[in-house]
Design a protein around this ligand. Structure first.
Ligand SMILES: Nc1ncnc2c1ncn2[C@@H]1O[C@H](COP(=O)(O)OP(=O)(O)OP(=O)(O)O)[C@@H](O)[C@H]1O
Ligand SMILES: Nc1nc2c(ncn2[C@@H]2O[C@H](COP(=O)(O)O)[C@@H](O)[C@H]2O)c(=O)[nH]1
Length: 195
């Protein structure tokens, strides 16, 4: 069980197709108590995606309303769709003293850092550019034109890896999940043990 930690926000980011969702699913398979924020998005659901589980799927008007009412911790437009982190459930979770995990893209990670300098930013990197391209193509969830659009954004995301506190290379899902679990349970550098 992942417990006994100070309340800390951890952000997992990295280019589309690197395996963020896969690694987080492995962490949750081992530690079902790990809390992961469910984002809102204007993207259409992929086959098998469940509203309220993978995302809260909303229309543009609802997303606008969430922005206007300060309902989102951060939000970004990514490859033609909008994505954001609902702030209320996250605050509720952190108020219990337990850690929380966000799986979001680069612009959102930067917004979190600006709002919460104590947040831990983790970048998931592919073992190589070729591996990233073949994972995105192999997933087959987007048409080739959308894959190209995501890969163009991926280049800039890889260039920003140095902005993160830690880089985890996803060459092996089990090992990357081990590293992420260790990071989730690591005490915040700002906290003195016993205080
Ligand atoms: N270590 C790995 N080795 C080989 N394949 C992997 C590895 N990790 C993930 N994959 C595969 O790569 C593909 C993309 O993974 P996943 O959907 O988890 O990426 P993602 O980073 O969450 O993407 P997105 O940001 O677009 O949601 C999936 O088909 C997954 O099975
Ligand atoms: N800034 C945010 N980015 C998010 C959020 N939820 C997911 N994402 C990221 O968007 C891309 C595309 O996701 P996909 O499901 O369409 O493949 C990916 O990098 C996600 O991590 C969010 O709330 N805010």
């Amino acid at each position: 069980m992942v417990s006994g930690n100070p309340a800390r926000l951890t952000v997992l980011s990295g280019p589309s197709g690197v395996g963020k969702g896969t690694v987080v699913a492995e962490v949750r398979r081992r530690h079902p108590d790990v809390w992961v924020s469910v984002s809102v998005t204007t993207r259409r659901p992929r086959p098998g995606e469940v509203d309220g589980v993978h995302y809260h799927f909303v229309d543009d008007a609802e997303f606008d309303r969430l922005i206007e009412t300060d309902g989102l911790l951060e939000w970004a437009e990514y490859a033609g769709n909008r994505y954001g982190t609902p702030v209320a459930p996250l605050r509720e979770r952190l108020a219990t003293g337990a850690p929380a995990l966000l799986e979001i893209e680069l612009q959102g990670a930067r917004q979190v850092r600006a709002r919460d300098p104590e947040a831990q930013l983790v970048f998931l990197a592919p073992p190589s550019w070729g591996a990233l391209v073949s994972r995105l193509a192999g997933r087959g969830s987007e048409p080739p034109a959308v894959q190209e659009r995501r890969l163009a954004l991926a280049q800039a995301e890889l260039d920003a890896a140095g902005e993160f506190d830690v880089v985890v290379v996803n060459d092996d899902v089990a090992r990357a999940a081990d590293e992420l679990v260790s990071l989730l349970t690591a005490p915040s550098p700002g906290l003195v043990p016993g205080e």
